[in-house]
Design a protein around this ligand. Sequence first.
Ligand SMILES: NC(=O)c1ccc[n+]([C@@H]2O[C@H](COP(=O)([O-])OP(=O)(O)OC[C@H]3O[C@@H](n4cnc5c(N)ncnc54)[C@H](OP(=O)(O)O)[C@@H]3O)[C@@H](O)[C@H]2O)c1
Length: 274
Amino acid sequence: MTKVIWVTGASSGFGMAVAMKLLKDTDHIICVSARRTHLLEVLARQGAKVYPLDITKTAEIERVRRAIEKEYGPIDAVLVNAGFGVYGPIEEVPEEAIRRQFEVNVFGAVETVRAVLPSMRREKRGRIVLTSSSAAHVSSAGMGYYAATKHSIKAIGTALRQEVGHLGIDVVMIEPGVVKTAFGQVALDENYMASKSPDYRAQMRDLKDFMLKAFDRAPDLDHTRDVMIKALLEESVNPIYRTTKGSFFLGFLSRVFPTRIYDVIVKQAIGRLH
Ligand SMILES: NC(=O)c1ccc[n+]([C@@H]2O[C@H](COP(=O)([O-])OP(=O)(O)OC[C@H]3O[C@@H](n4cnc5c(N)ncnc54)[C@H](OP(=O)(O)O)[C@@H]3O)[C@@H](O)[C@H]2O)c1
């Protein structure tokens, strides 16, 4: 059966890779969204249906959902993937940046989910795949706001899974650790907040060096892409997929060690490994 699949955040990274592989390997109808539509042209050439979207605009999300369903019928599966990272000390990240972080990663994701739910409930089937993160379970200095958005996605995704499971709708959360995409560039180059205060400066510099190395050594996105595709298409799926060793390890550390010891381990690792 030909499925209608909607991928948000498709102009780069995971979203682009998932859409491209689906276009090459399947006959499903692939609808793609992002703000930078010129980057979606490569997908359009492979047959993707392009829907420009700023995920922070609820009315735009609804307009895209309606346009897809009018043209191709009910959406069978959605990869709720658009997102980015704001790094910096809790005290110093500007309010506007904090709000934007939540607008994209939480409200954008929630409104996408709410847009597709009515027709999925009507059809008594559907697949909602949320791009979460290992940061859904752990937080660390300089990453508090990004981690807060992914903790939120975990809480919302968990509730949603329980609310809609009996309606034939599966909710799947994908939890990668650090993976090579444009995410690191965006988080560290565009959004990294060099600290104004000497009280935070060394810590933030250590974090930036650590993350640069981590992104440099990170696995490429193929495995996470394939798990996302499996989550979108396979008959039977798990509620959560952790797609990198790092995502297992961080979750394990936070569960096994008492909080204060966990804090010391993470701080020392970041201080030493850069
Ligand atoms: N790479 C990692 O290490 C990693 C690890 C765990 C989780 N994740 C998560 O994976 C998801 C995808 O990120 P990625 O790693 O593939 O990074 P990426 O290459 O930077 O891609 C991010 C995508 O999100 C879209 N996006 C950002 N702001 C948007 C907005 N306001 N409206 C619409 N789209 C927007 C971007 O499109 P436009 O800018 O064109 O709009 C882009 O297509 C994110 O949710 C991220 O938190 C990444």
